[in-house]
Design a protein around this ligand. Structure first.
Ligand code: HEM
Length: 412
C-alpha cells in the first residue's frame, strides 16, 4: 500500500478498530505526513510522541483558537461559539479562564468525592449483578462518569438521562444512529449544543437562587483579579464538562475491559494482585486513548522535523500513534498492566493538559476495582459495536455475560 493510500478520513476503517498498522508505517516512513482531504485543504498528521509534546507546549505557534481543535474545518459562523470553550482558547485568554476554573475545580474536590464514587460503583454493579448479562457500555461504563459530573454540578437525578443523551449526540456527530431529529428537552433547539447551553442556563439560575456546596455554585463565585465567569462562560464550561467528562471516561472503561478480556493473563495478574490497578489504568489509557485526535493551526510559517509548514496549515495530533511510539515505549504493541514507566499522552500535555485527569484516574481506578472484584469472569457475548468516528474511539454496545452474584446494597 502506498502511503498516500492511507485514509485517516475513512470512518468505516475506524469503526472496525484503530488503524495501528497505518500509524506504525507513518511513524517509521513519514512522521509528519501530508494527508489529502477531498473536502478541503490537506492536513499534516503528527504521529511521533516528541512532536505531539512540543506542539502541545507551544500554543503561540500552534493555535487551538484560530480554527478550533476538531479535525474538520469549522463553519465560519460557528467559530465564535467554539472559541467560548476553553479547549479552543489560546493564552493569555486561556490562562485567565483556566485560573478561574481551577479555583473551583480543585484536587481536594476530587479526593472528597471518592467515598461517594465508591457507593456509585457498588450501585452500578448491583443493578446488573443478579442478571448475569448486560450491555457493558450502557449499564456499567456509562453511568459512573455521568453521575459524577452531574453530582458535582448539582444536576438533579431526573435530568441526568437527558444530559447523557444530549452529550452522546454532540460527540457522535458522524454516527447516523446517534443523530435523531427530535430535541431531547422540551423546546425548539437548533442542535444538541443549543440544548446543552439552555440546560446550563437553568442550572446557573438554580445555583444563584439556591447556592450550595456544588461546583456550579463555586464556579459562579470564583474570582481571579476581580474577574468572574460570565453566564456565557459558565454555560460553555458546562458544555465541555458534560462531554469531556462523560464520553471519554466511558470510552476508556469500555475499551479497557475489552482489553482485559482479550488479554486474560493480564486480567488474572490484576485479580491476583489488586495493587496493580493504578498501573493497569495507565496502560488502559495508553493502549486505547479515548480521543483519536485534536487539531492545531499554525500561526506562522515554521517547520516540524524539517518539514515545511505554512501559516494556517492544519495540524492533526494522533494520540493512538504517539502512545505506541517505538522511541518511547518498549514493545509498544504489547498490553502490559505492569508497564513502568508509562509516559502516555492520552490526557494531552502543556497548555490544555486535561483538567479532569485526576478525576478520570480516580473514577477509572474505582470502577475497575469494583468490576474486577465483583464480576471477575466477565466475557463477551457478542462482538462490540464501535462508533463510526475518527474522533472518539468509542464503543456503542458491548454485550457481556458473567456469573450472577449477590447485590452489595446492604453494605451501605
Ligand atoms: C479518560 C478520560 C479523559 C481523557 C482521555 C481526556 C482527554 C483529554 C485531552 C487529550 C485533552 C487535551 C486537549 C488538547 O490538548 O487540545 C483534554 C482536555 C480537557 N479535558 Fe479531558 N479527558 C478525560 C476526562 C476528562 C474529565 C473527567 C473531565 C472533566 C471533569 C475533562 C475535562 C477536560 C477539559 C475541561 C479539558 C480542556 C482543558 C483546557 O483547555 O485547558 N476531561 N482531555
Amino acid at each position: 500500500m502506498a502511503l498516500d493510500d492511507i485514509d485517516l478520513l475513512d470512518l468505516d476503517t475506524f469503526e472496525k478498530g484503530t488503524p495501528h498498522a497505518w500509524f506504525t508505517r507513518l511513524r517509521k516512513e513519514d512522521p509528519v505526513h501530508r494527508h489529502e482531504d477531498p473536502a478541503g485543504n490537506p492536513f499534516w498528521c503528527i504521529t511521533k510522541h516528541e512532536d505531539l509534546k512540543s506542539i502541545s507546549k507551544n500554543p503561540g505557534l500552534f493555535s487551538s483558537e484560530r480554527m478550533g481543535t476538531l479535525l474538520r474545518d469549522p463553519e465560519p459562523e460557528s467559530l465564535g461559539a467554539l472559541r467560548a470553550i476553553m479547549l479552543n482558547m489560546d493564552p493569555p485568554r486561556h490562562r485567565q479562564y483556566r485560573a478561574l476554573i481551577n479555583k473551583a475545580f480543585t484536587p481536594r474536590m476530587v479526593t472528597e468525592l471518592m467515598p461517594r464514587v465508591r457507593v456509585m460503583v457498588d450501585r452500578i454493579v448491583d443493578n446488573v449483578i443478579e442478571k448475569g448479562e448486560c450491555d457493558f457500555v450502557e449499564d456499567l461504563a456509562a453511568p459512573l462518569p455521568m453521575e459524577v459530573i452531574c453530582e458535582m454540578m448539582g444536576v438533579p437525578e431526573e435530568d441526568r438521562r437527558a444530559i447523557y443523551e444530549i452529550g452522546n449526540r454532540m460527540v457522535g456527530f458522524d454516527d447516523p444512529e446517534l443523530q435523531k431529529d427530535q430535541p431531547i428537552l422540551d423546546g425548539d433547539y437548533e442542535n444538541a449544543s443549543a440544548e446543552m447551553f439552555m440546560y446550563a442556563t437553568k442550572l446557573a439560575e438554580k445555583a444563584r437562587s439556591h447556592p450550595s456546596d456544588d461546583l456550579a455554585t463555586a464556579l459562579l463565585h470564583a474570582e481571579v483579579d476581580g474577574e468572574r465567569l460570565s453566564d456565557f462562560d459558565f454555560n460553555s464550561f458546562f458544555l465541555i464538562l458534560a462531554i469531556a467528562g462523560n464520553e471519554t471516561t466511558r470510552t476508556v472503561t469500555s475499551n479497557g475491559m475489552l482489553n482485559l478480556i482479550r488479554h486474560p493473563d493480564q486480567r488474572q495478574a490484576i485479580l491476583d494482585d489488586m495493587s496493580l490497578i493504578p498501573s493497569a489504568v495507565e496502560e488502559i489509557l495508553r493502549f486505547d486513548p479515548a480521543v483519536h485526535n485534536f487539531r492545531r493551526t499554525a500561526t506562522a510559517d515554521t517547520e516540524i522535523r524539517g518539514v515545511e509548514i505554512k501559516e494556517d496549515d492544519r495540524i492533526i495530533l494522533w494520540y493512538p500513534s504517539v502512545n505506541r511510539d517505538e522511541d518511547v515505549f518498549e514493545n509498544p504493541q504489547k498490553f502490559d498492566v505492569r508497564r513502568q514507566p508509562n509516559d502516555h499522552l492520552s490526557f494531552g500535555i502543556g497548555e490544555h493538559y486535561c483538567l479532569g485527569a485526576n478525576l478520570a484516574r480516580m473514577e477509572l481506578r474505582l470502577i475497575f476495582e469494583g468490576l474486577l472484584k465483583r464480576l471477575p469472569d466477565l466475557e463477551l457475548a457478542a462482538e462490540p459495536r464501535r462508533l463510526h468516528s475518527n474522533f472518539i474511539n468509542g464503543v456503542k454496545e458491548m454485550r457481556v455475560t458473567f456469573t450472577p452474584g449477590a447485590r452489595a446494597g446492604e453494605r451501605h
